[in-house]
Write a protein that binds this ligand. Sequence first.
Ligand code: PMP
Length: 378
Amino acid sequence: SSWWRSVEPAPKDPILGVTEAFLADPSPDKVNVGVGAYRDDNGKPVVLQCVREAERRIAGSLNMEYLPMGGSVKMVEETLKLAYGENSEFIKDKRIAAVQSLSGTGACRLFADFQKRFHPDSQIYIPVPTWANHHNIWRDAHVTQRTFHYYHPETKGLDFAALMDDIKNAPNGSFLLLHACAHNPTGVDPSEEQWKEISYQIKVKGHFPFFDMAYQGFASGDPERDAKAIRIFLKDGHLLGIAQSYAKNMGLYGQRVGCLSVLCEDEKQAVAVKISTILGDPELKKLWLEEVKVMADRIIGMRTALRDNLEKLGSPLSWEHITNQIGMFCYSGLTPEQVDCLTNEFHIYMTRNGRISMAGVTTGNVGYLANAIHEVAK
Ligand code: PMP
């Protein structure tokens, strides 16, 4: 009996299920009002002109290197301005810690994990109703969930009184999840006056507001205006968190793939967009496959060369593992001291665990590297 026998298929995403059913329907009259993605007046998905233009401008000019740990610095910088304000003192004072994330979902997930790690006994208060994934995200992060009143079915508006009561009754210092604007699924937002009262009460209680802002610009058409709730909280001196997404407001729903998905006029966008361009085009895909093979073959060739060189030098040690291992790295077995020696005496740099990135080995340096390894491993 294998250990994964108890693994059940994940429940289908209800919204994607809607789309599937839609696609399967042969009726010429069908309408898909399930998926939360913008369509034009003909029901067609839209790629923004600014995105096309950005693509054009960056085309061919980017390398595919790793971004820093926090993602694209420039993109994060611009994104913060949208939420906190162009001239935010908090940005100037560098009071905001921010990283690129896998779209809004990834931002929520990162926050939930962060909350669990640094405040393990805290709970999250989530509005009723909310975007279904909020429940999944905080559940998977093992944060206890509570709910607060939000929607009033009779008025089809905000249940403001009950919401305020719930905020008051939550234990001091609770975490509250708030939709910054364009609440999903209800489309009901507090008024500016109500936001002020909510902010006040949250401050009194010492709660921590976490804003999910997946739709900045979609509520009013003006991203600046849609940030007003957040600005009220900032003015009131809260510490807060914000999840931002470019899925909706830049029409970049799928760009999360292969790259962190919050994006703008920058690297990240390019990388994600390029990937779909490449894989969607048979010719480019063929070329890509060829190029992948060239890369892998070169590394394999360097493995053989490194091993041959070491053996030719008469090393009594076994270097079979160099060619047995696969992928980019060779876990050489060199000790930290030997690595230090390589670095100090031979200017060869690698992590002290002895890991050699074979990608850095070339026809030009393989002899030198082999000799150095032979010397320090003697
Ligand atoms: N929060 C809310 C409220 C949403 O509706 C969505 C998208 N449906 C997201 C976050 C995350 O979307 P994405 O991960 O595509 O940015």
